[in-house]
Design a protein around this ligand. Sequence first.
Ligand SMILES: Nc1nc2c(c(=O)[nH]1)N[C@H]1C(S)=C(S)[C@@H](COP(=O)(O)OP(=O)(O)OC[C@H]3O[C@@H](n4cnc5c(=O)[nH]c(N)nc54)[C@H](O)[C@@H]3O)O[C@H]1N2
Ligand SMILES: Nc1nc2c(c(=O)[nH]1)N[C@H]1C(S)=C(S)[C@@H](COP(=O)(O)OP(=O)(O)OC[C@H]3O[C@@H](n4cnc5c(=O)[nH]c(N)nc54)[C@H](O)[C@@H]3O)O[C@H]1N2
Ligand code: SF4
Ligand SMILES: [Mo]
Length: 687
Amino acid sequence: MHQTIPTYCALCISRCGCLATVEEGRLLRIDPDPQHPTGKAVCIKARAAPELTAHPQRLTTPLRRTRPKGEADPGWAPISWDAALALAGERLTAAGPQATAFAVATPSGTAIADSFAWIHRLVHRWGSPNLVFATENCNWHRDFTPRLTWGNTLGTPDLDAAATIVLWGCNPATTWLAQAERVRTAQRRGARLIVIDPRQGGLARSADLWLPVRPGSDAALALGLVHLLLEGGGADVEFLRRHSDAFDPAPGGGGTVLDRLAAAAAAWDAARVEAVTGIDAARLQHAAALLSDARPVSLATWTGTGQQAQATAATRAINILYALTGSLGRPGGNRWFPRPHLNDIAAFDARSGVAAATLGLTERPLGPPTRGWITSRDLFRAVVEGEPYPIRALAAFGSNFLVSKPATRHAEAALAKLDFFVQTELFETPTARWADLLLPAASCWEREGLQAGFMVSAPAEAHLQLRPAVVAPPGEAWSDTRIVFALARALGLADGFFGGDPEAGLAHVLAPSGVSAADLRAARRGLRAPNLTAEPPLPRVTLWSEALAAAGAGPLPDYAPAAPDAEFPYLLTCGKTVAYCHSQFRQLAGLRRRQPRPEAELAPDVAATCGIAPGDAIALHTREGTLHCHARVNPQLAAGTVWAEYGWWDAQAPINYNACMDGETFDAVSGSNALRGVACAVARRSG
Ligand SMILES: Nc1nc2c(c(=O)[nH]1)N[C@H]1C(S)=C(S)[C@@H](COP(=O)(O)OP(=O)(O)OC[C@H]3O[C@@H](n4cnc5c(=O)[nH]c(N)nc54)[C@H](O)[C@@H]3O)O[C@H]1N2
Ligand SMILES: Nc1nc2c(c(=O)[nH]1)N[C@H]1C(S)=C(S)[C@@H](COP(=O)(O)OP(=O)(O)OC[C@H]3O[C@@H](n4cnc5c(=O)[nH]c(N)nc54)[C@H](O)[C@@H]3O)O[C@H]1N2
Ligand code: SF4
Ligand SMILES: [Mo]
């Protein structure tokens, strides 16, 4: 007998509402659930869920290493959960909280969001200062850099009421189906669309204006637009007068803050912008005209502007440009819609005693270390060199940082040197292969998960849903939340974890929402939460940032173009593809058929100069290393650009993009790695 279960897909940020068809404990298929606020469509990753839940390579029992680290075969030996938890408790206690770092997978590209706050609670309550997380290359510049300008996140673009939508370095048609659907609906209603991306993918094909910016040069483009808005009278002066420091005297003289901003932006006239970004004056004018006249403006940006060597300048300049439109916090602009009211159990306040010890905080006092989030580079250095203090143990919940983070000097030595490394995973990955103890995690289809707010619109944000397990986990796999609660017990923290009972924890989380877990289990599609948070008042905009000035960056953003490089004359950049999330899902044959091997797109000028035809085997060289892949030629790619896939791994072949990224080239404020706009050369190879 078939059973159809309403649920949502938790594999990526989109959290698409869907229907799971199950028969005799087996997941048969996933279909969209149009009644759900994010249920208009599902992608091929969700369609591959039956393969993920039944995959023969899934981890099904706790495994203990029996062979030395660094050997190809860890000699995994199955052990019981009791033995595994006792071992983890004993070894982590021996290392102690300061010498133990944690790691967590991305909540935007995995289902770890289910357990994200509980993992943070474990880290914070136990007293570890350090959690390796992807934020510097993921959401930092979207969610935290805007705090420097208006004290809050970028907010949610109110797409349903926007006159102009700007997608700047994000590609929701590939990475966020539910958001792309809202953009298409807005376009049908008549909203204008501007896409700023070196590659014309997805929605850029139907945009009113596509700006093929040269990778890594977004700060210059944004400053050029700030200049045009200020010069042409397109800035919302009334908004600035009431809600910003624009008319305050600038520290150090030179008139008001707005005068100083205008002077700084005037250095970016159209000719210089074109020379640096590749965007000609006509297109720049067109963009400025839309931003000046077709308001309110909604803005989405994500990793395209974040993974840059000057990402703070880029996002600051974009945020300032956005503030000039006067759309912030208004209907049709970026807003902070009311969300279900929940208790926050991440316990960031418990960090205060150890916060100062967070790795990288001294170097980046405005960056992710302020939240306890560290880079793998800083972790490896602490393990190998004992700098600034030794770290001996690592506890990771997913995260394949050997593939998802750039190459760093100490990686192998650090992983070999760790006294103890425990990881929860679905599969054995290149990172997991270094573990002492590997714990099998249930996938999102095999465990409950709570989603408070589905992001893409006001009604979606108010939606609260408790996703059911639609099938049982394979073998003895557990949900990460259950593992966190069990580890908390093993570390003597049961009191701070509701007696070690996840159900009691869930009841506490839901208490302020006005609904119970039982209510949510009955309302299978979820419901509009009775108690919502309040929409915050319009924030005050800080154009002139004393905080950045004090941290050694300029109070106003600027951009320093890289010198031309004769040896590595092209610019390498990357982006996501529909079939995969980061380094995941290469095991799934259904997805692998769609995208069987790593490929890179070359702009026609690059292909012509290098004598490369579509389908050729090529090598991409950077100063850090070499990447093997196959060529496509894409006429819809900024001149001089190479756009490659990342996330591939193979012990035998150099196909990991990030192995050619220099982990020492990063934004000084945030630590975001230069993964986009990297100097490269291209050559044909045989094979
Ligand atoms: N060159 C380049 N590099 C990038 C990016 C890029 O655009 N270009 N993007 C960056 C971004 S935005 C991010 S967020 C990071 C992501 O970096 P990571 O978080 O390291 O993401 P993945 O490489 O997908 O690895 C996630 C791992 O978690 C496991 N996993 C998945 N779901 C679960 C779960 O529910 N529980 C547990 N325990 N494990 C799970 C998967 O099997 C996988 O091995 O990569 C970054 N790296
Ligand atoms: N299919 C799929 N969906 C995902 C994920 C996934 O791995 N796969 N990961 C999830 C996660 S963790 C995240 S953070 C989001 C990220 O979502 P997005 O930010 O939308 O992801 P990307 O495709 O990495 O990058 C967006 C765009 O940046 C462009 N770009 C490259 N270089 C530059 C540049 O220098 N300037 C500008 N302006 N644009 C540039 C790329 O061409 C790409 O179109 O996606 C989430 N959804
Ligand atoms: S876009 Fe695909 S992977 Fe992401 S939530 Fe929707 S169906 Fe799942
Ligand atoms: Mo991400």
